[in-house]
Design a protein around this ligand. Structure first.
Ligand code: ZN
Length: 127
């Protein structure tokens, strides 16, 4: 590998990512249970308001409302964990498509970036 990794930047991003991880797990724990069998999978817990019909309807509504948030938070958490993984492996800050360094500015704006701006652009245009 001929791309030099900015160790200081990786350290800085590591603490940012670890804080982010705590925040996301906290958010998720408010309305989900961690799936003990699958890593990083959370299940929205079914709220218990009561046994009356309108209470049951409220439970379903709440559960349905939580689902998209659960999916969003899970995805963010996965990105954060993958970034932490890349820091451990020493590949953090390198574009996964072209093996070039991702600009510091981009990483600071979005610490979970795994591709450089030009690859991202190409991908978005193709999509
Ligand atoms: Zn790239």
């Amino acid at each position: 590998m001929n791309v030099k990794i900015d160790k200081d930047l990786a350290e800085e991003m590591k603490s940012k990512l670890e804080n982010e991880k705590k925040r996301l797990e906290q958010e998720l724990s408010k309305f989900t249970r961690k799936n003990p069998h699958v890593e990083d999978d959370f299940d929205a817990s079914f709220p218990e308001y009561g046994d009356k019909d309108d209470e049951n309807a409220q439970e379903v509504a709440q559960y349905t409302a939580n689902k998209p948030l659960e999916i969003t938070l899970e995805k963010e958490l996965r990105d954060v964990n993958q970034s932490l993984d890349r820091i451990e492996k020493g590949t953090y800050g390198i574009c996964k498509y072209c093996d070039q360094a991702i600009s510091k500015k981009r990483l600071e704006a979005r610490p979970t970036s795994s591709s450089c701006v030009s690859c991202k652009k190409t991908l978005t245009q193709e999509a």
